[in-house]
Design a protein around this ligand. Structure first.
Ligand code: FES
Length: 103
C-alpha cells in the first residue's frame, strides 16, 4: 500500500476571496500518475474538486498540463510523489480549482 500526501490548488471564483492550497492523504495499491492521483482524490476523498477529466492519458492531447512542484508538466505522464503540489499554470483565468481557461 502506497501512502501519499498531495497538495492541490483550490479556488472557486464565485465563492472564494482568495485561492488556497489543500492537502489530501491518499492510499493506492501501486504507483499513480499525477492525473490518477487527482482522480483518486475526486472519487474517494473530495468530490467537490474540479479538474479536467482528460481523455488521452498518453501525453498526446496536452490538456492535462499543470504546474507540478512549480514546473509545467503533463499530469498523465508524471508519477505522483509524496509532498507534491499541483497548481494551474500561472496567468490563466481559473474556472474552478484545477480547471482553467485554455487558449
Ligand atoms: S491526458 Fe492527454 S496529454 Fe495528458
Amino acid at each position: 500500500m502506497e501512502k501519499l500526501n498531495i497538495t492541490l490548488y483550490r479556488f472557486d471564483p464565485e465563492k472564494d476571496a482568495e485561492p488556497r492550497l489543500q492537502a489530501y492523504d491518499i492510499e493506492s495499491d501501486g504507483p499513480l500518475s499525477v492525473l490518477q492521483a487527482i482522480r483518486h482524490v475526486y472519487h474517494n476523498v473530495d468530490g467537490t474538486l474540479s479538474f479536467r477529466n482528460s481523455d488521452c492519458r498518453r501525453g498526446v492531447c496536452g490538456i492535462c498540463s499543470m504546474m507540478i512542484n512549480g514546473r509545467r508538466q503533463l499530469t498523465c505522464m508524471c508519477l505522483a510523489t509524496d509532498g507534491m503540489t499541483v497548481e494551474p499554470p500561472p496567468n490563466r483565468t481559473i474556472v474552478k480549482d484545477l480547471v482553467f481557461e485554455t487558449d
